[in-house]
Write a protein that binds this ligand. Sequence first.
Ligand SMILES: [Mg+2]
Length: 199
Amino acid sequence: MIPRRTIGVDFDGVCHTYSLGWNGGEIYGELVPGTAHALRMLMGTFTMFIHTARSDLAAVATWLEAKIGIPCVADDPAPRREFWDITDVILVSRNKYPAVAYVDDRGVRFVGWEQALADIYAYTLTPCPTGRAEAVDQDPAKVLQEIATLAGVDDDNEVADPRAALIAVRDRLRNAKICEGGGWRPVRSPRSADDLEVK
Ligand SMILES: [Mg+2]
């Protein structure tokens, strides 16, 4: 039998609505719409694990199994496994096992460091999605200038809104190769400088 490839899926913000943030660590929310269908579909092709920073893995596994109707099992506290290769059970773990893709609401896709920096600052210089006040101690205009210089991206336009400009730079770098030819294709690591050319 050909071993299946694995997909890792984040719990909070991807499977669990997490609309109030951590909120004392309770699983208080609902299933994110589409989760049950997506996980069931993926299980037809991949082995699956859910990753979470939560320490009560059994609570996550029980909640998820009740919501999606797919067997879920909590990982051992100190697992000796290096892979997750069981096809009909979703593992819930604090570990990030090898996978062909990770689905995470806080994930930053890495194409190259310039794009990753732009992505991180475009995200963190904008208000937190959960509405919590968070200190921002960087000047968006300076961050924009530094990243634009690093990436060799032209920012000679009048920058009235550095945050919007930073997001635009991020989008240009993120999509530089992915959208080439009009179709989406994944960019493989390691990247060459050419991968960051903005067409
Ligand atoms: Mg999350």
